[in-house]
Design a protein around this ligand. Structure first.
Ligand SMILES: NC(=O)c1ccc[n+]([C@@H]2O[C@H](COP(=O)([O-])OP(=O)(O)OC[C@H]3O[C@@H](n4cnc5c(N)ncnc54)[C@H](O)[C@@H]3O)[C@@H](O)[C@H]2O)c1
Length: 303
């Protein structure tokens, strides 16, 4: 497969940025990373290693290949150094519209004029931020899922002025990483599968927050329904993503629609205020590192 790019820069190397950098390095791209917090990448890889070890054994990129991938990734302390020679820059900074606009503005000034700029945002269509980059025709959404956990796919979507060849390169790049491109033909809030996942989240949070059901029963049913008894249901998955991230994403939908049904429940906000952010703080809907859904009796039919 011919590679659409040579050099990739990843800006923001938390949960998603770190995985994207690993995917790109694993596929043989020159990868440079920048995070405003020095050492963020290695700290995240350590965390992902222990979570993946506890959860599922071998990840999408086998553990024994991690050191070689890491060695090929160049970490720099200045944003301009990271992006100046890159053919594709993908940002994975936190889900905040103003922050994304500011990062797009800075990147637009620092990148080479021909380079492509992508956002890994979970909920913001690139048309909402493309203008600040001053290169809207070379911007797109490339929304990756948790590839190291086996969700090797990414939504690919252009903005209001994205050139077809830019979308095409995005699709080819996603494929070259060993991921499935989920192409969105015209701009849609939530992209392809993320919109489906969002509908599920909204519904299950409503059922939990209004005390209709025990959230564990939703996860049990989901695990049976999907045949993934070794994993988790929507609540376990939200814990893994981070409840603060989930909340921010829901707020993007709410601000967009202004429909009260889209407002994330107050009970979720309260959990976040108590520091219950999911796996990353040791408590979310479940407690970690030994969540109930991984125990043998979680799906037991015995009294
Ligand atoms: N967590 C998920 O499951 C998930 C899935 C798909 C997409 N996303 C999206 O990916 C993006 C990142 O989410 P995440 O969960 O990886 O967040 P995270 O909080 O784990 O990581 C964000 C990283 O960005 C860094 N950062 C913050 N401001 C920065 C700046 N100005 N310049 C450079 N680095 C900066 C932080 O230090 C941190 O390391 C968001 O847009 C989110 O919606 C997240």
């Amino acid at each position: 497969m011919t590679k659409p790019f040579k050099k990739i820069a990843v800006v923001g190397t938390g949960t998603l940025g770190a995985q994207i950098a690993m995917l790109a390095s694993n596929a043989g791209y020159d990868v440079t990373i920048f995070d405003r917090q020095t050492g963020a990448f290695d700290a995240m890889m350590k965390k992902l290693h222990s979570e993946l070890t506890a959860k599922q054994g071998e990840p999408f990129i086998p553990f024994d290949q991690w050191p070689a991938c890491r060695q090929q990734i160049k970490e720099v302390e200045k944003l301009d150094e990271a992006v100046k020679d890159a053919d594709l820059v993908i940002e994975a900074v936190p889900e905040n519209l103003e922050l994304k606009r500011d990062v797009f503005r800075q990147l637009g000034q620092l990148m080479s004029p021909d380079a492509i700029l992508a956002t890994n945002s979970s909920s913001i269509p690139v048309s909402h931020i493309e203008k600040s980059s001053a290169r809207p025709e070379r911007c797109l959404n490339l929304h990756f899922y948790m590839a190291l956990y086996g969700m090797n796919m990414a939504d690919v979507m252009g903005g209001s002025r994205t050139l077809p060849e830019v979308v095409d390169k995005g699709i080819r790049w996603v494929r070259s990483l060993g991921c499935i491109p989920l192409t969105v033909k015209k701009e849609l809030l939530g992209f392809c599968f993320n919109r489906v996942w969002r509908a599920i989240k909204r519904e299950v949070l409503y059922m939990w927050a209004n005390d209709f059901v025990d959230f564990r029963d939703i996860d049990r049913a989901w695990m049976k329904f999907t045949g993934r008894e070794d994993r988790y249901g929507p609540f376990g998955l939200m814990d893994s993503v981070g409840l603060d991230v989930i909340y921010d994403i829901e707020m993007v939908y709410y601000r967009n629609s202004k429909d009260p049904k889209d407002q994330p429940p107050e009970a979720l906000k309260q959990k976040i205020d108590r520091g219950e952010l999911g796996v990353k703080t040791g408590k979310g809907f479940y407690s970690y590192p030994d969540p109930e859904y991984l125990r043998d009796d979680f799906l037991s039919t015995k009294d």
